[in-house]
Design a protein around this ligand. Structure first.
Ligand SMILES: *Cc1c(COP(=O)(O)O)cnc(C)c1O
Length: 378
């Protein structure tokens, strides 16, 4: 029998989140960002749920090639552009859209070639200071791109906001103003917004929005969580209780006695650990969903299991949700000192250890907890 650990991907949630993105930015086209193996969800698994997107954003050629193999005919944008001339050849074969963010990439495009030319998204650095031409070079770069014979349509204008997750931050207005001034009167579609900007900065929507995180049902803000923004978690990490221990007051749990029970505790052992992507630095007390209620994690997880205080009756074989439909992944991320993006992305390295299935939505039975002697394994 396989380990009871399962990563469930909810296709219906992906579809609903994409609809939500569309309704918030109804005048824009939606480029669904699926880099990092679709934020750890598995690119091949999300593609159905996001099939209605107007295009896809990826970080590497391998992801783009996989999307084409899966039958995607819509635009696919390489978010960091090409790293070499060989990349450019391959990108042309795959008919990809390319970000052009620096001089080297511009020169590559200016080399003579015979294959069909790509569509380019000219990226301007308006303050993020990561990728993009400096504002003073933007116009010249744009003119060079337009001079390329047979470029597939007008170049698009693109920038990225550094502080969109803090909608009130003055840097947002500054970046937007700079971008607007630079592109004023010039032809070509514009693109600015990631999830946070799509949700909270309508003035950034422009022609294409580029949501990532929100499509997976999570919020890019501390509060509210995805559910409060009309989003639905697209991933549930589920396992079950594989053992129970009755630990007396003063007894310890885990390596080095990492957790000490102040009072008699019924401890449940769950088949999920840091080797599966659950964060080692999750604080004691991080909630775990068992039988319709939250119970606290005890000490750090081990490689393939973790300990939880069974504060209500729970038995070997009972299902456990580490995050997902009943427990926001944002909460587990915050309780582990990381961001939700990173926690989800971890699951891509863990896909060997977990079983994936496309699951249609159905409620998980919530068992009311009958009264029991506190701390005793009932
Ligand atoms: C990753 C990425 C996005 C999506 O960001 P989210 O915060 O996940 O919505 C958008 N644009 C660019 C350029 C990106 O690299």
């Amino acid at each position: 029998m396989p380990r009871p650990l399962k990563l469930l991907i909810h296709g219906a949630a992906l579809r609903a989140n994409l609809r939500r993105a569309r309704s918030l930015a109804s005048a824009s086209r939606v480029l669904a960002v699926v880099k990092a193996d679709a934020y750890g969800h598995g690119l091949a698994r999300v593609v159905q749920g996001l099939a209605e997107a107007d295009g896809f954003g990826v970080a590497c050629l391998e992801e783009a090639a996989l999307l084409r193999e899966l039958g995607v005919r819509r635009p696919i944008l390489l978010l960091e552009g090409c790293f070499s001339g060989a990349d450019l050849e391959r990108a042309r074969e795959l008919k990809l859209d390319l970000v052009v963010h620096q001089e080297e990439q511009l020169r590559m495009l200016e080399q003579p070639c015979t294959t069909s030319p790509p569509r380019v998204w000219l990226k301007i650095n308006t303050g993020m200071n990561r990728l993009g031409f400096p504002p003073q070079d933007a116009r010249a770069a744009w003119e060079r791109l337009r001079a390329l014979a047979g470029l597939a349509g007008e170049p698009l204008w693109m920038t990225h906001l550094a502080c969109a997750a803090q909608p009130e931050h003055p840097a947002n207005a500054e970046q937007l103003r700079l971008f607007k001034n630079l592109t004023r009167g010039l032809p070509g579609p514009r693109s600015i917004a990631n999830s946070a900007a799509l949700l909270e900065l309508p003035e950034s929507h422009a022609d294409w929005v580029r949501p990532g995180l929100m499509l997976y049902g999570a919020a890019p803000f501390e509060k509210p969580h995805g559910a409060g923004l009309g989003l639905h978690p697209a991933m549930t990490l589920r396992s079950s209780i594989i053992a129970r221990q009755q630990v007396p007051a003063g007894g310890q749990v885990g390596y080095g006695g990492a957790w000490r029970c102040e009072r008699a505790t019924c401890v449940g052992i769950v088949a999920c650990g840091y080797g599966d992507g659950y964060p080692w630095n999750a604080r004691a007390g991080t909630p775990i969903w068992i039988n319709g209620r939250r119970m606290p994690l005890l000490g750090p997880p081990a490689m393939d299991m973790l300990a939880v205080a069974l504060e209500a009756p729970a038995h070997i074989g009972d299902p456990v949700e580490l995050w997902g439909k009943h427990l926001p992944v944002e909460e587990v991320a915050a309780s582990s000192g990381t961001i939700t993006h990173e926690l989800l992305c971890r699951m891509q390295s863990c896909q060997r250890a977990v079983e994936l299935e496309e699951e249609e939505d159905g409620p998980v039975a919530e068992t009311p907890s009958p009264g029991a002697r506190p701390g005793a394994c009932a």
